[in-house]
Structures are given as C-alpha cells and as structure tokens.
Design a protein around this ligand. Structure first.
Ligand code: AMP
Ligand code: ZN
Length: 464
C-alpha cells in the first residue's frame, strides 16, 4: 500500500518514493548533548522512530543516521552567544568532552526506555571535522563564503531559493534580525561555517583549519555527515519544527551550493510538546521535564509516554499534562490486559495476521503516520469477532510499529513465589544455554498449572 508523507519542502502530503527501490536513507538530527533530553525532544525522537518503523513495516530497508551535536551549537541560533557545550561544562565543573559523553549516554538510555530503535549509525560532530572543513573549502572555492573577524560565513544572498523550505519573508526577516545582527555580516540570515577561537582564549574543543584555529558552525555537521554516510541516498531528513527556519534552511543552502544537486527529497518535522499556556518546552528555559524525573522516579514506566504521544498527530502541538499521562497509563494498561487475556487462552503458533484489519491499520499509518487513527484500529481488531489466536497475532504484528512491548506482557506480579523462583531459575538456565534444565523447569511450571511461552527477548507466564 502506498505510503503518504507530509513534505515540509512542498507543503503537501506526497506519495513517498525513495531514490532507490525499497531502500531508504534517513537522517534525523540528533541531540545537542549539553544537558538531558527533555520529553519534548523525546516526542520528536518517538515520531522519527514511528516513521522508521512504518518504513520497515512497508517493506523498506532503512539506513538511518543520527548525529550527536557535541560542538558548535551556540546559545543563539544565529551564531551569537556562547557554545552550549562549553557552557554546560562550566556549569558542571567538567570538561566539554566529559559533558558530551555523559549526556550521550543518558540520551541512549532514554531511547532504550522508550523502545526507540538504534540508528544504523551514530555519528559525532567531533568525529567528522575533516569532512566539515572540506565542505567549507568547496563553498569557498565556489565563492559562497566571506571572512569576518569572528569566522567564515555563508553568504545567503548568493544562494537562490534560500527560503524554499521555510517560505519566510526574507525582507521581514532581515528587518527583524537587525537587533541581534552581527554588524560585520552582509545579511542577517548569513551563518557561520567556521568560528575562530577568540584571541588569547584556549577553547576545550578547537581544531586547526585553513582559516585558523576554531570550531565548526552548527549546521555544517549535518550536511557533511549526511553526505558522508548516506552518499546519494538522501531520501528523508527530519527534526523538530524549530529546525525549519534556521538549521535545515541553512543545511539545504550550504549543501546545494556545494554540490549543485538537490539535498534530500523529503523534509519532515515534528510539532512541539508544549506546556500549559502554550509555551514550548525548551532546554534553554531550564525548567524542562525529563523522562527520568517525570516518569521513572514517579514509578511510571517510560512506555506510558510513548503511548501518550500516539494520541496526537505528530504535526500537531501536544500539550503535556498530568491528566494526559494518567489517561495514557490507563490506556496502556487496558491494552496490556486485553493482550494478557488473549494470551491466557493459549496462542496457536500458526495463527496468522488478519489481512482485513492489517490493511485498515496500514492505511491509517500510511496516511502521514496517523497514529491516533492507527491506534483506533488496534481496538477495532481487538473488539472484532475474529478468533482469539488470530486477534493476538494481528495485534502483536501491529506492535512492530507501536513498539509497546506487547509480546512481553506477563502476569508476573500476580505469580506465587514458588513459580517466580522457577521462572528466575529458567531465565538463568536459558542465559547459560542449559536447554535441558530450561525444559525441565518449563514442565515443572506447567505441571503447577501455568502456561509458559517463549517470546523474543523473554518469556510470558500465566495461569492456565
Ligand atoms: P536539541 O537537543 O535541542 O538539538 O533537540 C533535539 C530535537 O528535539 C530536535 O529535533 C528539536 O527540533 C526537537 N525539539 C526541541 N524542543 C522540542 C519540543 N518542545 N517539542 C518537540 N520537539 C522538540
Ligand atoms: Zn541537524
């Protein structure tokens, strides 16, 4: 079935077609690792994960690259202010490298908690400095750059179609940006490709370059690394809506100026998570909510947040509230109970996925990832009159996209201690590949009136 995606570049829903048949190159702008990711950031990463899962569900192979911004992102998007990494390092009395490492680790842990699939490749900006320098050299050779006292800049007036992604009014933008404009810049929208380390200051992160010691501007990393790792497979590039006006607009300008070719066919953007009063949740506000503080520490499992995000289409702002979390908690528990009840009836291994309901689910998913409606088809399948094994097989198949670990549903909380001990012993036996003991324990558990099913990454056990 055809997949339709909203393309910010053309401002319409389009039939998705990759450059190469059945292979998709996907680049998602990753986190800036000077602090924890907040649940707003994570909303965008969940949307991108749904996109990737939808592509896989549709039979595509996906090469997914995610970068880690560990240098060059200044506190002001227009190349003013301090370096976020060095600022984070000062705040915590650590080095910028240590900060980057610890928040990258924290981010990857958030991803695991939310069942966000790992990219095919992670890439750190600091690991691709030579490629960024090469790209700036090409831009210089082609006459798109100029040199001012604090760095090398891209002259946006030389790139026709600078506003094609954002459709901003350039004149109004020039006017509005006058206040923060660096007086040496030729145009308000011009942006740094390379910033010089200030005189007499030894930065923690700095490199030699043909223009002097310094560090790359924020946007150049994503251009250099997407071309380095995806080569010509530039199918889809994603981020949050705040990337449209500056970061992605600048990526397009510098990449297309350098190569003379189109840079990515599809641009997709996730809307904000907002807090009451309509304010965007932002790291720079300093009062943001993390997965750990808001969910884990309150005994709420992170997948509740994943489930909560399905209630709103990814292109609509989602308002965070405790009530919404509670509703998602109940909704997920209800879904799990439905699956648990089906499992307790015993699953027939050969049961197949119901095609009619699968078509309904995929149609909604393929309508620009309409998760609220896709979720409704899960309930429709569960309430249908198909037989229980088929129902279970169908819903577990949908979970390849939902990522809610429905297959791992257990009733372990309610298990008596002697059964739990046998389960633990069996898990250990399986980890040690002691299949004889594992089988023996399964028989013992079953003799006590419980069903044992081995599923991917674990087992489910419930009363017969
Ligand atoms: P950052 O770590 O700040 O570079 O942001 C990581 C991702 O989160 C980017 O794709 C941003 O566009 C996105 N983002 C930032 N704030 C929000 C928010 N409040 N809601 C949803 N996504 C956001
Ligand atoms: Zn980026």
């Amino acid at each position: 079935m055809q997949l339709y995606l909203y393309n910010t570049l053309t401002r319409k829903k389009e039939a998705f077609k990759p450059i190469e048949d059945k292979k998709v190159g996907l680049y998602t702008c990753g986190p800036t690792v000077y602090n924890f990711a907040h649940i707003g950031n994570l909303r965008t990463f969940i949307f991108e994960d749904i996109l990737k899962r939808a592509l896989l569900y549709n039979g595509y192979r996906v090469k997914h690259i995610m970068n880690i911004t560990d240098v060059g992102h200044l506190t002001g998007d227009r190349d003013m202010g301090e370096d976020k990494m060095e600022k984070g390092a000062q705040r915590e009395g650590k080095t910028a490298w240590e900060i980057a490492e610890s928040y990258t680790r924290a981010f990857k842990q958030d991803m695991t908690h939310l069942n966000i699939m790992e990219p095919s490749l992670w890439c750190k900006a600091t690991d691709s400095i030579p490629e960024q320098i090469e790209l700036i050299k090409t831009l210089e050779e082609k006459g798109f750059t100029y040199n001012i006292s604090d760095g090398i800049y891209f002259d946006t007036s030389k790139f026709e179609g600078y506003t094609k992604l954002s459709s901003q009014n350039l004149e109004a933008l020039q006017e509005g940006a006058r206040v923060e404009k660096n007086p040496e810049k030729r145009n308000a929208t011009d942006f740094a490709l390379w910033k010089f380390s200030p005189d007499g200051v030894k930065r923690q992160m700095e490199w030699d370059s043909p223009w002097g010691v310094g560090f790359p501007g924020w946007h150049i990393e994503c251009s250099a690394m997407s071309m380095k790792f995806l080569r010509d497979q530039l199918d889809i590039h994603c981020g949050g809506v705040d990337h449209i006006d500056v970061h992605h607009t600048n990526e397009i300008a510098q990449s297309e100026a350098a190569t003379g070719k189109k840079f990515f066919n599809f641009w997709m953007h996730g809307a904000f998570l907002i807090i009451s009063g309509g304010k965007k949740m932002a790291k720079s506000e300093g009062n943001f909510l993390t997965l750990d503080s808001t969910f884990i520490q309150n005994g709420i499992e992170p997948l509740v947040y994943r489930f909560a995000t399905y209630q709103t289409h990814y292109r609509k702002p989602m308002e965070y509230s405790e009530e919404a979390v509670q509703a998602a908690r109940n909704g997920l528990e209800h879904l799990r109970n439905q699956v648990r009840s089906l499992m307790s009836k015993g699953m027939v291994d050969t049961a197949s996925v119901n095609d009619e309901y699968k078509q309904k689910f995929i149609k909604r998913l393929n309508d620009d990832l309409n998760m609220p409606r896709a979720l409704a088809s899960v309930q429709e399948a569960l309430k249908s009159d198909m037989d229980d094994s088929e129902k279970l097989a169908t819903v577990l198949d949908f979970d390849r996209v939902l990522g809610l670990d429905l297959e791992k549903v257990t009733v372990s909380e309610e298990l008596p201690e002697n059964i739990q001990q046998k389960i633990d012993a069996r898990k250990k036996a399986r980890a040690e590949k002691n299949w004889v003991l594992s089988d023996q324990l399964r028989d013992e558990i079953q003799a006590l009136g419980y069903v044992v099913q081995d599923v991917k990454d674990g087992m489910t056990v419930f009363k017969k």
